[in-house]
Write a protein that binds this ligand. Structure first.
Ligand code: ADP
Ligand code: ASP
Ligand code: MG
Length: 408
C-alpha cells in the first residue's frame, strides 16, 4: 500500500514527540508500505514566526511572510528525517519546491495547482520514507507560497490524490472528528464516520480539525481520509462519501470566532443599494458571509453582514469612504461576535432542529444576533464571550433530545 500520513504541530512539538512519531512512521514502513509523510511546523512555531514579523514590520508583505513561515515546516521535516535515520530507518526530507508543488500566485492563501510526483516516486523506489513540508508550494514567479493557516491537511490530501495513495491518514491531538470541539464540550462524541459534505460544512464553519480545502480535495478525488490520534492507538474517524442509509440529523456543532459584524443603518430603501454595498466589498476582495436586511421603515432600511476579522480594516476604510454615496447614515462594527453552527445532512426536512437550537440559546440566556440556514446547516451569530457556553448548551440539547439520532 501507499500511505500518506500527516502529523500536526502538536504531534511533533518537541524531541520526544518527534521520536514517538518517527517510530510510528517506521512501523508503517516495516509493515511493507510505501510511506509519504507531511509535517506541520512544531507546536506554536508558526504563531511565533508571525509574532516575530509583527515586532519588526506589522505591514510586512505577504511574499516575505511566506518566505518566513515556510521555514517552520522545513525544520520539522529535517528533524524528523534525522530522528528516523537515528533509529535505523531511511528517510529524506523535501520542501515544496523540491517536490514540485505548484500553486497559484496568491501569497499566504495559495491554492495547489499541480504536484509533480516523480521526485517522490523515485525516492520511494529507493526505499526511502519521504517527508514533505506541509502548507507550502511554489508559484509562477518561482517564489515560496503558503496555503493559509491549517493548510498542511490540504498538502497531505493533495499529495495522496496526486500519488494515487491508498489512504490519507491525518494524525492530530484528538482521536478523530467529534460531535463538537472536544476541548469545549467534554462529552462530545467521536464519530466513526462522517460524509465529505458534512465535514466540509463543519470545517468551513470553524471546526479546525481539518482544513476546509483538504476536505474539498478529498471529495473531488475520492481520497480515503482518516482522522486519528498521534498519541493513542484508537480507531479514528473516516471521512467518506455519505450514504443515504445513515444520514445524521445533526452530526456536529462548530464555532468560529474569526468573525466581525458590520451594520449599515438607515440606507435609502431603493433598488440597487444592496448591489452597491456588496459590489464595494467584492472590489476590496472582502468575503461576505451572513447577510440580513431589515424591512423598510420611513423609506429607510438597515443591512447587516459578517466578514472575517482579518478583513475588518479594509472593509471599514471602504465603507467610510463611500458612506455618502451608499446613503448610509451610520456604520456599526462589532468584532466580538462568533458563529455557532449545527450541521447535519438530515436537517433539511426537520424543522424541530432549528427550534431546539433556539431553545438551547434561550436556556442559557444567549441573545441571537443573526440567523442563517441552508439545507444542511443552521448558523447563529452570537457574542464571542457566549460561544463556549452556547456550544455546550446546544450540544446538550441535541444529545438529550436525541435529535442526533440517525434518521430512518
Ligand atoms: P493539528 O495541529 O494536528 O493540525 P489542529 O489544532 O489544527 O491540529 O486541529 C485539532 C483541533 O481541532 C483539536 O485539538 C480540537 O480542539 C479542534 N476541533 C474543533 N472542532 C473539532 C471537532 N468537531 N472534532 C475534533 N476536533 C475539533
Ligand atoms: N503551520 C501552519 C499553521 O500553523 C500550517 C499547519 O499547521 O497546517 O497554520
Ligand atoms: Mg490543523
Amino acid at each position: 500500500m501507499l500511505i500518506v500520513q500527516k502529523y500536526g504541530g502538536s504531534s511533533v512539538a518537541d524531541a520526544e514527540r518527534v521520536l514517538h512519531v518517527a517510530k510510528n512512521i517506521m512501523k508503517t514502513k516495516a509493515a511493507g508500505n510505501d510511506v509519504v509523510v507531511v509535517l506541520s511546523a512544531q507546536g506554536k512555531t508558526t504563531d511565533g514566526l508571525i509574532a516575530k514579523a509583527q515586532e519588526i514590520n506589522p505591514k510586512a508583505s505577504r511574499r516575505e511572510m511566506d518566505m518566513l513561515l515556510v521555514t517552520g515546516e522545513q525544520q520539522s521535516v529535517a528533524l524528523m528525517a534525522m530522528a528516523i535515520n537515528s533509529l535505523g530507518g531511511r528517510a529524506i526530507s523535501l520542501n515544496g519546491a523540491q517536490v514540485g508543488i505548484e500553486t497559484t500566485n496568491a501569497y499566504s492563501d495559495a491554492r495547489i495547482r499541480k504536484i509533480h510526483a516523480e521526485r517522490i516516486e523515485n525516492e520511494l523506489e529507493r526505499g526511502n520514507i519521504v517527508l514533505v513540508t506541509g502548507f507550502q508550494g511554489v508559484n509562477g514567479h518561482g517564489d515560496m507560497t503558503t496555503l493559509g493557516r491549517g493548510g498542511s491537511d490540504t498538502s497531505a490530501v493533495a499529495l495522496a490524490a496526486a500519488l494515487n495513495a491508498d489512504v490519507c491518514e491525518i494524525y492530530t491531538d484528538v482521536e478523530g472528528v467529534y460531535t463538537a470541539d472536544p476541548r469545549v464540550v467534554k462529552d462530545a462524541q467521536k464519530l466513526d464516520e462522517i460524509s465529505y459534505d458534512e465535514m466540509l460544512e463543519l470545517a468551513s464553519l470553524g471546526a479546525k480539525v481539518l482544513h476546509c480545502r483538504s476536505v474539498e480535495v478529498a471529495k473531488k478525488y475520492n481520497v480515503k481520509l482518516l482522522v486519528l490520534s498521534s498519541m493513542v492507538e484508537a480507531p479514528g474517524t473516516e471521512v467518506k462519501e455519505g450514504s443515504n442509509m445513515e444520514r445524521m440529523l445533526v452530526s456536529g456543532i462548530a464555532a468560529d470566532k474569526n468573525v466581525a459584524r458590520i451594520s449599515l443603518i438607515g440606507i435609502n430603501d431603493e433598488p440597487g443599494k444592496a448591489f452597491e454595498v456588496f459590489e464595494l466589498m467584492a472590489k476590496e476582495k472582502v468575503s461576505v458571509d451572513i447577510i440580513l436586511q431589515s424591512t423598510s421603515r420611513d423609506g429607510k432600511q438597515d443591512i447587516s453582514f459578517t466578514i472575517g476579522k482579518q478583513d475588518l480594516d479594509i472593509a471599514k476604510a471602504a465603507l467610510e469612504k463611500h458612506k455618502k454615496r451608499l446613503t448610509v447614515s451610520e456604520v456599526q462594527y462589532d468584532e466580538h461576535v462568533a458563529k455557532l453552527s449545527a450541521v447535519g445532512a438530515g436537517m433539511a426536512t426537520n424543522p424541530g432542529v432549528a427550534s431546539a437550537f433556539f431553545e438551547a440559546m434561550y436556556d442559557v440566556g444567549v441573545n441571537i444576533q443573526m440567523i442563517s440556514t441552508s439545507e444542511i446547516k443552521i448558523t447563529l451569530l452570537i457574542a464571542e464571550e457566549d460561544v463556549d457556553t452556547a456550544m455546550v448548551a446546544v450540544h446538550d440539547k441535541f444529545k438529550n433530545k436525541s435529535v442526533s439520532m440517525r434518521k430512518d
